[in-house]
Ligand binder design. Structure first.
Ligand code: ADP
Ligand code: MG
Length: 271
């Protein structure tokens, strides 16, 4: 474990209750979107729990509701029905600005498109949430860039960085407030597979060394295999879930996933 991770680990385990590892609970979540004259059901009565310190992958075809679910966990959108609980607090019932404050201190977000500010250097991108009012965690922006292996790139703007480097900056930014939960929506979706695997390795390190809860949305078995457990969505519902420890490799996970989605092994998996 690196020095930085040790600092973060100590903070996470000894700081006040608010930074202990919060379990995530979702009960009966439904979310609909209006598209012209029709209503799209993005999520339907979805319930799931993520244990403290667990690494969960949410898989499903395009349009199955993965991003909607992640946005609800992050408190970026509100459910039409159901509740989201983080650390014993019902965020789905929180009003702004309390929700914003809560989200900033508890949840770090990583997106497929990195979402960096093009005119800012790497280090300023990492600092930005704090400048915008988020709390500063134990590690400063410099420390976080070192943690993700980019200390030598801190003055570079995003367009001078590779995709993998940009995603590392985005991960450092997501950690600036020292959130106990890291949420990533297709974090490797814009990267080649080798770079994608190095991002997965980084997420796994952050998960393992700081016992941080990680939820990754992906449709790639090569990404999901880094998780402890896979939750499969279809048409806004939880179709199945399974632990990854018995699966030998990404190929085994891929065929398990294919069987579930095609309906071959639904029975016994759904919970
Ligand atoms: P996934 O991330 O699994 O691809 P999403 O959660 O993005 O799926 O979307 C689930 C469904 O909800 C899709 O049919 C999508 O078109 C619809 N949807 C998602 N967000 C919106 C939105 N803001 N407005 C209208 N429809 C949306
Ligand atoms: Mg999506």
């Amino acid at each position: 474990m690196s020095m930085d991770l040790e600092v973060m680990d100590r903070e996470l385990s000894t700081n006040n209750v608010n930074v202990t590892l919060p379990p995530l609970e979702m009960h009966g979540l439904s979310k609909r979107f209006r598209q012209g004259t029709t209503t799209v059901v993005a999520l339907e009565h979805l319930s799931m729990t993520v244990e403290p310190g667990e690494f969960v992958a949410i898989m499903g075809n395009s349009g199955s509701g993965k991003s909607t679910l992640l946005n609800l966990i992050a408190g970026l959108t509100r459910p039409d029905e159901g509740t989201v609980w983080i650390d014993g607090e019902e965020i789905s019932a929180m009003r702004d600005p309390r929700l914003t404050r809560f989200r900033r201190s508890k949840v770090g977000l990583v997106f497929q498109a990195f979402n960096l500010i093009p005119t800012l250097s790497a280090i300023d991108n990492v600092r930005l949430p704090v400048l915008a009012g988020a709390p500063q965690g134990a590690l400063a922006a410099e420390d976080l860039l070192r943690l993700v292996g980019l200390q030598h790139r801190s003055a570079h703007r995003p367009d001078a960085l590779s995709g993998g480097e940009q995603q590392r900056v985005a991960i450092a930014r997501a950690l600036i407030s020292q959130p106990a939960i890291l949420l990533a929506d297709e974090p490797t979706g814009s990267l080649d597979s080798v770079t994608g695997q190095s991002i997965c390795r980084l997420l796994k390190e952050l998960h393992r060394d700081t016992r941080r809860t990680v939820v990754v949305v992906t449709h790639e078995p090569e990404v999901a295999r880094w998780a402890d457990r896979v939750v499969v969505l279809r048409d806004g519902r939880k179709l199945a879930e399974f632990p990854t420890d018995a699966l030998q490799d990404a190929g085994a996970l891929a065929s398990r996933y294919r069987d579930i989605v095609s309906g071959v092994s639904q029975k016994g998996d759904a919970t």
